[in-house]
Design a protein around this ligand. Structure first.
Ligand code: SF4
Length: 118
């Protein structure tokens, strides 16, 4: 049985938006003050100390400050297969965190997929 959890924008920001994911990767919606919602890939409260630490050390955020340098374009990101509508799900796998990350996310370990070869 899946369970959605809501977080206020303040609580997400308070956590630095640097503590998103868990191996279980439950999709979570965060309700914001203005009614806008932020989709999180996991309940930050279910992360282990180690999982939180690596995300904080890498300054992980659910929303990249540089849209062209988001997780979807990172060499360490593996997206979930696109759905019937062709849309790539928000949550994919980050090999640095060994867990889920948002396709729109970013951290200090971002690396281009472009090898410059070819
Ligand atoms: S290493 Fe890449 S995929 Fe993983 S969180 Fe950082 S930017 Fe996203």
């Amino acid at each position: 049985m899946s369970k959605n959890t809501t977080f206020s924008r303040r609580s997400v920001v308070k956590l630095g938006i640097q503590v998103p994911f868990t191996v279980a990767a439950v999709s979570v919606l965060a309700a914001c003050d203005g009614g806008e919602e932020i989709a999180l890939c996991a309940d930050p409260n279910s992360l282990s100390f180690g999982e939180n630490s690596i995300r904080q050390a890498n300054k992980y955020t659910e929303s990249s400050p540089e849209p062209e340098n988001d997780c979807l374009n990172c060499a360490f990101f593996t997206p979930e297969p696109a759905g019937p509508d062709g849309e790539v799900p928000n949550c994919g796998h980050c090999s640095i965190f060994e867990g889920y990350a948002s396709k729109n996310g970013y951290c200090d370990s971002w690396s281009t997929k472009d090898t410059g070869q070819g």
